[in-house]
Design a protein around this ligand. Structure first.
Ligand code: KIV
Ligand code: ZN
Length: 518
Protein backbone atom coordinates (compact mmCIF):
# COMPACT_ATOMS: atom_id res chain seq x y z
CA UNK A 1 0.00 0.00 0.00
CA UNK A 2 2.88 2.42 0.72
CA UNK A 3 3.79 2.85 -2.96
CA UNK A 4 0.41 4.35 -3.72
CA UNK A 5 1.05 7.53 -1.73
CA UNK A 6 2.03 10.68 -3.58
CA UNK A 7 5.52 12.11 -3.14
CA UNK A 8 4.28 14.94 -0.93
CA UNK A 9 2.59 12.62 1.59
CA UNK A 10 4.14 11.97 5.02
CA UNK A 11 2.83 8.89 6.79
CA UNK A 12 2.13 9.16 10.47
CA UNK A 13 3.31 6.10 12.38
CA UNK A 14 1.94 6.22 15.92
CA UNK A 15 3.84 4.41 18.64
CA UNK A 16 1.88 5.62 21.69
CA UNK A 17 0.99 2.00 22.43
CA UNK A 18 4.60 0.77 22.21
CA UNK A 19 7.32 3.38 22.79
CA UNK A 20 4.85 5.59 24.66
CA UNK A 21 3.48 2.86 26.86
CA UNK A 22 7.02 1.72 27.65
CA UNK A 23 7.71 4.82 29.75
CA UNK A 24 7.16 4.81 33.54
CA UNK A 25 3.60 5.45 34.62
CA UNK A 26 2.16 5.10 31.09
CA UNK A 27 1.09 1.46 31.32
CA UNK A 28 -2.31 0.74 29.81
CA UNK A 29 -4.47 -2.34 30.03
CA UNK A 30 -5.83 -4.02 26.90
CA UNK A 31 -9.18 -2.22 26.94
CA UNK A 32 -7.43 1.13 27.33
CA UNK A 33 -5.11 0.29 24.43
CA UNK A 34 -8.08 -0.54 22.26
CA UNK A 35 -9.72 2.79 23.15
CA UNK A 36 -6.53 4.59 22.10
CA UNK A 37 -6.23 2.51 18.91
CA UNK A 38 -9.79 3.42 17.94
CA UNK A 39 -9.04 7.09 18.51
CA UNK A 40 -5.89 6.72 16.39
CA UNK A 41 -8.07 5.34 13.64
CA UNK A 42 -10.38 8.35 13.96
CA UNK A 43 -7.27 10.51 13.70
CA UNK A 44 -6.54 8.67 10.45
CA UNK A 45 -2.95 7.80 11.31
CA UNK A 46 -1.41 5.48 8.75
CA UNK A 47 0.32 3.01 11.03
CA UNK A 48 -0.26 1.89 14.63
CA UNK A 49 2.57 0.18 16.46
CA UNK A 50 0.44 -1.83 18.87
CA UNK A 51 3.18 -3.20 21.10
CA UNK A 52 6.05 -5.62 21.35
CA UNK A 53 4.39 -9.02 21.14
CA UNK A 54 7.31 -11.12 22.39
CA UNK A 55 7.94 -8.99 25.46
CA UNK A 56 5.15 -10.51 27.55
CA UNK A 57 1.90 -12.45 27.22
CA UNK A 58 0.08 -9.21 28.10
CA UNK A 59 1.73 -7.37 25.23
CA UNK A 60 1.04 -10.23 22.85
CA UNK A 61 -2.65 -10.14 23.77
CA UNK A 62 -2.79 -6.36 23.42
CA UNK A 63 -1.26 -6.46 19.93
CA UNK A 64 -3.64 -9.24 18.93
CA UNK A 65 -6.72 -7.38 20.19
CA UNK A 66 -5.67 -4.04 18.68
CA UNK A 67 -5.00 -5.77 15.34
CA UNK A 68 -8.56 -7.02 15.43
CA UNK A 69 -10.09 -3.71 16.53
CA UNK A 70 -9.16 -1.30 13.73
CA UNK A 71 -9.76 -1.49 10.00
CA UNK A 72 -7.79 1.14 8.15
CA UNK A 73 -4.33 1.63 9.63
CA UNK A 74 -1.51 -0.85 9.26
CA UNK A 75 -1.07 -2.56 12.64
CA UNK A 76 2.36 -3.81 13.49
CA UNK A 77 4.33 -5.32 16.32
CA UNK A 78 7.90 -4.55 17.26
CA UNK A 79 10.34 -7.45 17.07
CA UNK A 80 14.00 -8.05 17.76
CA UNK A 81 15.95 -10.13 15.24
CA UNK A 82 15.38 -13.35 17.22
CA UNK A 83 13.38 -16.15 15.67
CA UNK A 84 10.89 -16.34 18.57
CA UNK A 85 10.33 -12.58 18.44
CA UNK A 86 9.59 -12.58 14.72
CA UNK A 87 7.25 -15.55 15.07
CA UNK A 88 5.39 -14.06 18.04
CA UNK A 89 5.00 -10.74 16.22
CA UNK A 90 3.67 -12.45 13.09
CA UNK A 91 1.22 -14.47 15.16
CA UNK A 92 -0.02 -11.42 17.08
CA UNK A 93 -0.84 -9.41 13.94
CA UNK A 94 -2.45 -12.33 12.09
CA UNK A 95 -5.94 -10.84 12.32
CA UNK A 96 -5.00 -7.32 11.23
CA UNK A 97 -6.55 -6.19 7.99
CA UNK A 98 -3.23 -4.55 7.15
CA UNK A 99 -0.58 -6.45 9.10
CA UNK A 100 3.03 -5.41 9.46
CA UNK A 101 6.18 -6.13 11.45
CA UNK A 102 8.83 -3.76 12.75
CA UNK A 103 12.21 -5.45 13.18
CA UNK A 104 15.09 -3.64 14.83
CA UNK A 105 18.68 -4.08 15.89
CA UNK A 106 21.24 -1.53 17.02
CA UNK A 107 23.92 -0.43 14.56
CA UNK A 108 26.07 1.92 16.66
CA UNK A 109 29.45 0.63 17.84
CA UNK A 110 28.62 1.64 21.39
CA UNK A 111 25.53 -0.60 21.40
CA UNK A 112 27.34 -3.42 19.60
CA UNK A 113 30.17 -3.45 22.10
CA UNK A 114 28.38 -2.89 25.42
CA UNK A 115 24.80 -4.00 24.90
CA UNK A 116 24.84 -6.69 22.25
CA UNK A 117 28.39 -8.03 22.43
CA UNK A 118 28.14 -8.59 18.70
CA UNK A 119 30.40 -7.77 15.77
CA UNK A 120 29.25 -5.67 12.82
CA UNK A 121 29.09 -8.84 10.76
CA UNK A 122 26.88 -10.53 13.39
CA UNK A 123 24.49 -7.57 13.30
CA UNK A 124 24.38 -7.55 9.51
CA UNK A 125 23.59 -11.26 9.46
CA UNK A 126 20.98 -11.08 12.23
CA UNK A 127 19.16 -8.18 10.54
CA UNK A 128 19.11 -9.81 7.12
CA UNK A 129 18.08 -13.17 8.53
CA UNK A 130 15.14 -11.72 10.50
CA UNK A 131 13.83 -9.67 7.58
CA UNK A 132 14.10 -12.65 5.23
CA UNK A 133 12.23 -14.83 7.72
CA UNK A 134 9.38 -12.35 8.10
CA UNK A 135 9.25 -11.87 4.33
CA UNK A 136 8.18 -15.50 3.92
CA UNK A 137 4.91 -14.58 5.61
CA UNK A 138 4.16 -10.93 4.90
CA UNK A 139 5.18 -8.01 2.77
CA UNK A 140 4.92 -5.05 5.12
CA UNK A 141 8.29 -5.03 6.84
CA UNK A 142 9.86 -2.05 8.51
CA UNK A 143 13.46 -2.27 9.63
CA UNK A 144 15.09 0.06 12.20
CA UNK A 145 18.75 0.72 12.85
CA UNK A 146 18.54 1.45 16.57
CA UNK A 147 20.81 4.33 17.64
CA UNK A 148 21.17 5.33 13.98
CA UNK A 149 22.19 8.88 14.88
CA UNK A 150 25.32 7.55 16.63
CA UNK A 151 26.09 4.86 14.05
CA UNK A 152 28.78 4.82 11.40
CA UNK A 153 27.00 5.91 8.21
CA UNK A 154 28.81 3.54 5.89
CA UNK A 155 28.19 0.49 8.08
CA UNK A 156 24.56 1.52 8.46
CA UNK A 157 24.27 1.95 4.69
CA UNK A 158 25.48 -1.62 4.27
CA UNK A 159 22.90 -2.93 6.76
CA UNK A 160 20.13 -0.95 5.07
CA UNK A 161 21.08 -2.22 1.61
CA UNK A 162 21.01 -5.82 2.84
CA UNK A 163 17.65 -5.56 4.61
CA UNK A 164 16.16 -3.88 1.55
CA UNK A 165 17.47 -6.75 -0.58
CA UNK A 166 15.86 -9.16 1.93
CA UNK A 167 12.50 -7.41 1.60
CA UNK A 168 12.21 -4.43 3.98
CA UNK A 169 9.83 -1.81 2.59
CA UNK A 170 10.40 0.92 5.16
CA UNK A 171 13.74 1.84 6.69
CA UNK A 172 13.67 3.75 9.94
CA UNK A 173 16.62 5.74 11.30
CA UNK A 174 16.00 6.51 14.98
CA UNK A 175 17.62 9.10 17.14
CA UNK A 176 17.26 6.65 20.01
CA UNK A 177 19.04 8.75 22.60
CA UNK A 178 17.75 12.16 21.50
CA UNK A 179 21.32 13.18 20.73
CA UNK A 180 20.98 14.61 17.23
CA UNK A 181 20.84 18.22 16.07
CA UNK A 182 18.51 18.98 13.13
CA UNK A 183 21.21 19.78 10.53
CA UNK A 184 23.18 16.59 11.10
CA UNK A 185 20.05 14.44 11.38
CA UNK A 186 18.77 15.82 8.06
CA UNK A 187 22.17 15.26 6.50
CA UNK A 188 22.14 11.63 7.65
CA UNK A 189 18.88 11.06 5.77
CA UNK A 190 20.25 12.74 2.69
CA UNK A 191 23.38 10.59 2.80
CA UNK A 192 21.53 7.32 3.37
CA UNK A 193 18.94 7.95 0.68
CA UNK A 194 21.68 8.53 -1.87
CA UNK A 195 24.23 5.93 -0.76
CA UNK A 196 22.10 2.90 0.06
CA UNK A 197 21.60 0.51 -2.79
CA UNK A 198 17.85 0.18 -3.30
CA UNK A 199 17.28 3.29 -1.16
CA UNK A 200 15.03 4.74 -3.86
CA UNK A 201 12.61 1.81 -3.50
CA UNK A 202 11.83 2.25 0.21
CA UNK A 203 10.13 4.74 2.46
CA UNK A 204 12.59 6.44 4.82
CA UNK A 205 11.29 7.01 8.31
CA UNK A 206 12.37 9.19 11.26
CA UNK A 207 11.92 8.18 14.91
CA UNK A 208 13.14 10.78 17.40
CA UNK A 209 13.43 11.09 21.15
CA UNK A 210 13.20 14.39 22.91
CA UNK A 211 16.15 14.39 25.33
CA UNK A 212 17.37 17.75 24.04
CA UNK A 213 13.89 19.00 23.21
CA UNK A 214 14.62 18.56 19.49
CA UNK A 215 12.47 15.57 18.52
CA UNK A 216 10.01 17.58 16.42
CA UNK A 217 12.77 19.73 14.87
CA UNK A 218 14.78 16.62 13.99
CA UNK A 219 11.71 14.94 12.47
CA UNK A 220 11.06 18.00 10.32
CA UNK A 221 14.73 18.06 9.24
CA UNK A 222 14.41 14.41 8.20
CA UNK A 223 11.31 15.23 6.15
CA UNK A 224 13.13 18.11 4.46
CA UNK A 225 15.72 15.52 3.47
CA UNK A 226 13.34 12.99 2.02
CA UNK A 227 11.87 11.05 4.95
CA UNK A 228 8.24 10.26 4.22
CA UNK A 229 7.27 8.68 7.52
CA UNK A 230 7.43 10.13 11.02
CA UNK A 231 7.11 8.03 14.16
CA UNK A 232 5.45 9.82 17.04
CA UNK A 233 3.18 9.57 20.05
CA UNK A 234 0.14 11.41 21.37
CA UNK A 235 1.24 14.14 23.80
CA UNK A 236 4.84 13.12 23.02
CA UNK A 237 4.88 10.40 25.69
CA UNK A 238 7.76 7.94 25.53
CA UNK A 239 11.05 6.78 26.99
CA UNK A 240 12.75 9.40 29.19
CA UNK A 241 11.89 12.85 27.78
CA UNK A 242 9.47 11.31 25.33
CA UNK A 243 9.10 10.82 21.57
CA UNK A 244 8.21 13.21 18.77
CA UNK A 245 4.85 14.66 19.67
CA UNK A 246 2.25 13.68 17.07
CA UNK A 247 0.20 16.85 17.45
CA UNK A 248 3.24 19.11 17.13
CA UNK A 249 4.68 17.50 14.03
CA UNK A 250 1.28 17.22 12.33
CA UNK A 251 0.38 20.83 13.03
CA UNK A 252 3.84 22.02 11.97
CA UNK A 253 3.31 20.31 8.61
CA UNK A 254 -0.16 21.81 8.28
CA UNK A 255 0.70 25.31 9.46
CA UNK A 256 3.97 25.57 7.50
CA UNK A 257 2.87 23.79 4.34
CA UNK A 258 4.24 26.85 2.50
CA UNK A 259 7.75 25.85 3.52
CA UNK A 260 7.51 22.08 4.04
CA UNK A 261 5.51 21.33 0.85
CA UNK A 262 4.23 18.04 2.31
CA UNK A 263 1.10 16.95 4.13
CA UNK A 264 -0.14 14.21 6.42
CA UNK A 265 -3.50 12.48 6.30
CA UNK A 266 -4.36 13.21 9.94
CA UNK A 267 -7.80 14.57 10.74
CA UNK A 268 -6.49 17.33 12.97
CA UNK A 269 -9.89 17.89 14.60
CA UNK A 270 -9.35 14.60 16.42
CA UNK A 271 -6.10 15.80 18.01
CA UNK A 272 -7.58 17.38 21.12
CA UNK A 273 -9.91 14.43 21.91
CA UNK A 274 -6.92 12.09 21.47
CA UNK A 275 -4.75 14.16 23.78
CA UNK A 276 -7.42 14.30 26.52
CA UNK A 277 -8.30 10.64 26.19
CA UNK A 278 -4.68 9.57 26.64
CA UNK A 279 -4.15 11.98 29.50
CA UNK A 280 -7.19 10.59 31.30
CA UNK A 281 -6.19 6.99 30.70
CA UNK A 282 -2.61 7.27 31.91
CA UNK A 283 -3.39 9.90 34.53
CA UNK A 284 -0.75 12.30 33.29
CA UNK A 285 -2.05 15.82 32.94
CA UNK A 286 -1.10 17.76 29.82
CA UNK A 287 1.17 20.65 30.92
CA UNK A 288 -0.64 23.98 30.38
CA UNK A 289 2.16 25.30 28.17
CA UNK A 290 2.33 22.18 25.97
CA UNK A 291 2.17 23.31 22.33
CA UNK A 292 -1.09 22.62 20.46
CA UNK A 293 -2.99 20.83 23.26
CA UNK A 294 -2.03 22.58 26.52
CA UNK A 295 -4.67 24.70 28.26
CA UNK A 296 -2.67 27.85 27.54
CA UNK A 297 -1.89 27.07 23.89
CA UNK A 298 -4.59 29.49 22.76
CA UNK A 299 -4.90 31.67 25.87
CA UNK A 300 -3.79 35.27 25.48
CA UNK A 301 -2.95 36.93 28.75
CA UNK A 302 -1.00 40.08 27.92
CA UNK A 303 -3.24 43.09 27.29
CA UNK A 304 -1.47 43.96 24.09
CA UNK A 305 -2.00 40.43 22.78
CA UNK A 306 -5.65 40.38 23.82
CA UNK A 307 -6.18 43.67 22.07
CA UNK A 308 -4.60 42.34 18.88
CA UNK A 309 -6.58 39.09 18.94
CA UNK A 310 -9.85 40.96 19.47
CA UNK A 311 -9.08 43.08 16.41
CA UNK A 312 -7.96 40.13 14.33
CA UNK A 313 -7.01 36.63 15.51
CA UNK A 314 -4.24 36.43 12.93
CA UNK A 315 -2.21 38.92 14.96
CA UNK A 316 -1.21 36.31 17.53
CA UNK A 317 -2.80 33.01 16.47
CA UNK A 318 -1.07 30.90 13.83
CA UNK A 319 -3.58 28.04 14.12
CA UNK A 320 -7.30 27.84 14.72
CA UNK A 321 -8.31 26.01 17.93
CA UNK A 322 -11.24 24.45 16.07
CA UNK A 323 -8.80 22.81 13.60
CA UNK A 324 -7.36 20.89 16.54
CA UNK A 325 -10.80 19.92 17.83
CA UNK A 326 -10.70 22.21 20.85
CA UNK A 327 -14.36 22.78 21.65
CA UNK A 328 -15.13 26.50 21.38
CA UNK A 329 -17.54 26.05 24.23
CA UNK A 330 -16.40 23.38 26.62
CA UNK A 331 -19.59 23.71 28.62
CA UNK A 332 -21.63 20.96 27.08
CA UNK A 333 -24.23 19.23 29.14
CA UNK A 334 -26.33 19.78 32.20
CA UNK A 335 -29.15 18.45 34.32
CA UNK A 336 -31.63 18.34 31.46
CA UNK A 337 -29.43 16.58 28.95
CA UNK A 338 -30.67 13.17 27.94
CA UNK A 339 -28.94 9.86 27.43
CA UNK A 340 -28.73 10.48 23.70
CA UNK A 341 -26.85 13.75 24.08
CA UNK A 342 -24.57 12.13 26.64
CA UNK A 343 -23.71 9.24 24.30
CA UNK A 344 -23.13 11.65 21.41
CA UNK A 345 -20.75 13.70 23.51
CA UNK A 346 -18.88 10.55 24.55
CA UNK A 347 -18.34 9.74 20.87
CA UNK A 348 -17.16 13.27 20.12
CA UNK A 349 -14.68 12.94 22.97
CA UNK A 350 -13.27 9.76 21.46
CA UNK A 351 -14.96 7.26 23.78
CA UNK A 352 -16.69 4.30 22.23
CA UNK A 353 -19.90 3.81 24.27
CA UNK A 354 -19.69 0.08 23.63
CA UNK A 355 -16.52 -0.15 25.66
CA UNK A 356 -18.07 1.10 28.90
CA UNK A 357 -21.20 0.50 30.94
CA UNK A 358 -23.11 3.50 29.58
CA UNK A 359 -25.95 2.94 32.02
CA UNK A 360 -23.60 3.37 34.97
CA UNK A 361 -21.67 6.24 33.40
CA UNK A 362 -24.95 8.06 32.62
CA UNK A 363 -26.17 7.53 36.18
CA UNK A 364 -22.87 8.96 37.47
CA UNK A 365 -23.26 11.89 35.08
CA UNK A 366 -26.78 12.60 36.38
CA UNK A 367 -25.53 12.40 39.97
CA UNK A 368 -22.80 14.89 39.11
CA UNK A 369 -25.34 17.20 37.46
CA UNK A 370 -27.25 17.23 40.75
CA UNK A 371 -24.11 18.39 42.53
CA UNK A 372 -22.83 20.79 39.88
CA UNK A 373 -24.76 23.23 37.75
CA UNK A 374 -22.66 22.59 34.70
CA UNK A 375 -20.73 19.56 33.53
CA UNK A 376 -17.68 20.03 31.34
CA UNK A 377 -16.06 17.80 28.73
CA UNK A 378 -13.27 16.92 31.09
CA UNK A 379 -15.81 15.81 33.73
CA UNK A 380 -17.45 13.52 31.20
CA UNK A 381 -14.13 12.06 30.12
CA UNK A 382 -13.23 11.41 33.74
CA UNK A 383 -16.56 9.69 34.44
CA UNK A 384 -16.34 7.51 31.34
CA UNK A 385 -12.75 6.54 32.02
CA UNK A 386 -13.56 5.77 35.65
CA UNK A 387 -16.26 3.46 34.35
CA UNK A 388 -13.99 1.64 31.88
CA UNK A 389 -11.27 1.34 34.52
CA UNK A 390 -13.59 -0.33 36.98
CA UNK A 391 -15.14 -2.76 34.50
CA UNK A 392 -11.77 -4.34 33.64
CA UNK A 393 -10.38 -4.76 37.15
CA UNK A 394 -9.78 -7.63 39.57
CA UNK A 395 -10.02 -5.59 42.81
CA UNK A 396 -13.20 -3.56 42.97
CA UNK A 397 -13.59 -0.76 45.47
CA UNK A 398 -17.01 -1.04 47.04
CA UNK A 399 -17.01 1.52 49.83
CA UNK A 400 -14.91 3.84 51.96
CA UNK A 401 -16.02 5.26 55.30
CA UNK A 402 -13.75 7.80 56.94
CA UNK A 403 -13.82 9.80 60.12
CA UNK A 404 -11.54 12.49 61.41
CA UNK A 405 -11.71 15.16 64.05
CA UNK A 406 -9.36 17.42 65.98
CA UNK A 407 -9.34 14.98 68.89
CA UNK A 408 -9.38 11.57 67.20
CA UNK A 409 -6.90 9.97 64.81
CA UNK A 410 -8.14 9.76 61.23
CA UNK A 411 -9.70 6.35 60.62
CA UNK A 412 -10.89 4.55 57.47
CA UNK A 413 -13.02 1.47 56.90
CA UNK A 414 -12.72 0.09 53.39
CA UNK A 415 -14.58 -2.62 51.46
CA UNK A 416 -13.05 -4.19 48.36
CA UNK A 417 -14.50 -7.00 46.26
CA UNK A 418 -12.07 -9.70 45.16
CA UNK A 419 -13.31 -12.62 43.05
CA UNK A 420 -16.91 -11.83 43.90
CA UNK A 421 -16.34 -11.69 47.66
CA UNK A 422 -16.37 -8.56 49.78
CA UNK A 423 -13.44 -7.99 52.14
CA UNK A 424 -13.31 -5.32 54.85
CA UNK A 425 -10.42 -3.70 56.72
CA UNK A 426 -9.96 -0.76 59.04
CA UNK A 427 -6.96 1.39 59.70
CA UNK A 428 -5.84 4.63 61.24
CA UNK A 429 -3.32 6.89 59.55
CA UNK A 430 -1.63 10.26 59.19
CA UNK A 431 -4.68 11.58 57.42
CA UNK A 432 -7.83 10.11 55.92
CA UNK A 433 -6.14 9.19 52.65
CA UNK A 434 -3.26 7.52 54.48
CA UNK A 435 -5.68 5.55 56.68
CA UNK A 436 -7.65 4.51 53.64
CA UNK A 437 -4.51 3.38 51.75
CA UNK A 438 -3.36 1.31 54.72
CA UNK A 439 -6.73 -0.45 54.84
CA UNK A 440 -6.55 -1.18 51.10
CA UNK A 441 -3.04 -2.64 51.46
CA UNK A 442 -4.34 -4.91 54.22
CA UNK A 443 -7.16 -6.24 52.06
CA UNK A 444 -5.19 -6.77 48.87
CA UNK A 445 -2.00 -8.04 50.48
CA UNK A 446 -0.01 -5.66 48.26
CA UNK A 447 2.19 -2.99 49.76
CA UNK A 448 4.05 -1.02 47.08
CA UNK A 449 5.90 2.23 47.67
CA UNK A 450 3.79 5.28 46.85
CA UNK A 451 6.09 7.34 44.64
CA UNK A 452 3.74 10.09 43.55
CA UNK A 453 0.32 11.28 44.58
CA UNK A 454 -1.48 14.27 43.12
CA UNK A 455 -4.97 15.69 43.27
CA UNK A 456 -6.49 17.91 40.63
CA UNK A 457 -9.91 19.52 40.45
CA UNK A 458 -10.96 18.53 36.94
CA UNK A 459 -13.07 21.62 36.45
CA UNK A 460 -13.44 24.69 38.66
CA UNK A 461 -15.31 25.00 41.96
CA UNK A 462 -15.43 23.13 45.27
CA UNK A 463 -18.12 20.86 43.83
CA UNK A 464 -15.86 19.79 40.96
CA UNK A 465 -14.84 16.22 40.27
CA UNK A 466 -11.50 15.55 41.86
CA UNK A 467 -9.01 13.48 39.94
CA UNK A 468 -6.28 11.66 41.78
CA UNK A 469 -3.21 10.22 40.09
CA UNK A 470 -0.75 8.05 41.91
CA UNK A 471 2.40 6.21 40.96
CA UNK A 472 3.33 3.08 42.87
CA UNK A 473 6.48 1.00 42.68
CA UNK A 474 6.95 -2.62 43.61
CA UNK A 475 9.75 -5.02 42.75
CA UNK A 476 11.25 -2.68 40.14
CA UNK A 477 7.93 -2.06 38.43
CA UNK A 478 6.24 1.34 38.33
CA UNK A 479 2.58 1.72 37.52
CA UNK A 480 0.17 4.62 37.59
CA UNK A 481 -3.38 4.68 38.86
CA UNK A 482 -6.17 7.17 38.43
CA UNK A 483 -9.48 7.79 40.11
CA UNK A 484 -12.14 10.44 39.74
CA UNK A 485 -14.90 11.24 42.21
CA UNK A 486 -16.49 14.30 43.77
CA UNK A 487 -15.13 13.06 47.13
CA UNK A 488 -11.33 13.34 47.26
CA UNK A 489 -10.80 10.38 49.64
CA UNK A 490 -12.94 8.21 47.38
CA UNK A 491 -11.02 9.42 44.30
CA UNK A 492 -7.77 8.58 46.12
CA UNK A 493 -8.98 5.09 46.97
CA UNK A 494 -10.10 4.52 43.37
CA UNK A 495 -6.69 5.64 42.11
CA UNK A 496 -4.82 3.25 44.41
CA UNK A 497 -7.08 0.31 43.58
CA UNK A 498 -6.59 1.08 39.87
CA UNK A 499 -2.81 1.07 40.34
CA UNK A 500 -2.90 -2.19 42.30
CA UNK A 501 -4.93 -3.82 39.54
CA UNK A 502 -2.32 -2.78 37.01
CA UNK A 503 0.46 -3.96 39.26
CA UNK A 504 -1.22 -7.34 39.49
CA UNK A 505 -1.47 -7.62 35.71
CA UNK A 506 2.13 -6.58 35.27
CA UNK A 507 3.43 -8.92 37.93
CA UNK A 508 1.95 -11.76 35.94
CA UNK A 509 3.88 -10.81 32.85
CA UNK A 510 7.52 -10.62 32.11
CA UNK A 511 8.35 -7.18 30.90
CA UNK A 512 12.01 -7.55 31.75
CA UNK A 513 12.56 -8.89 28.23
CA UNK A 514 12.27 -5.32 27.03
CA UNK A 515 15.51 -4.43 28.68
CA UNK A 516 17.47 -7.22 27.02
CA UNK A 517 19.31 -7.02 23.74
CA UNK A 518 18.07 -8.53 20.46
O1 KIV B 1 14.17 4.61 19.89
C1 KIV B 1 14.35 3.58 19.21
O2 KIV B 1 15.43 3.35 18.66
C2 KIV B 1 13.25 2.64 19.10
C3 KIV B 1 13.42 1.54 18.11
C4 KIV B 1 13.00 0.24 18.66
C5 KIV B 1 12.72 1.89 16.85
O3 KIV B 1 12.23 2.81 19.72
ZN1 ZN C 1 12.11 4.90 20.48
Amino acid sequence: MEQSYPEDYVRIFDTTLRDGEQSPGCTMNVEEKIAIARQLERLNVDIIEAGFAASSPGDFEAVRRVADSVANPVVLSLSRTREEDVDQALKAIEKARHPGIHIFIATSDIHLKYKLAMTREDVLNAATWAVARAKQYLDYIEFSCEDASRSDWDFMAKVCAEVIRAGARIVNLPDTTGHAIPEEFGEMFNYMRHHVEGGDRVIWSAHCHNDLGLAVANSLAAIRNGARQVECTINGIGERAGNTSMEEVVMALKTRRDLMSVRSGVDTRQIYPASRLLSQIIGQPVPPNKPIVGDNAFAHEAGIHQDGVLKNKLTYEIMKPEDIGIPSNKLVLGKHSGRHAFINRLRELGIDPQTIDVQKAFAAFKALCDKKKVVYDDDILALANEESRQSAEAFELIDVEVSSSKRAEPRAKVTVRIDGQEHHAESTGDGMVDACYKAIYRITGLNPALERYSVKAITGGTDALGEVSCLVRDDGMTVAGQGAHSDIVMASALALVNALNRLKIRTNTDRELRREGP
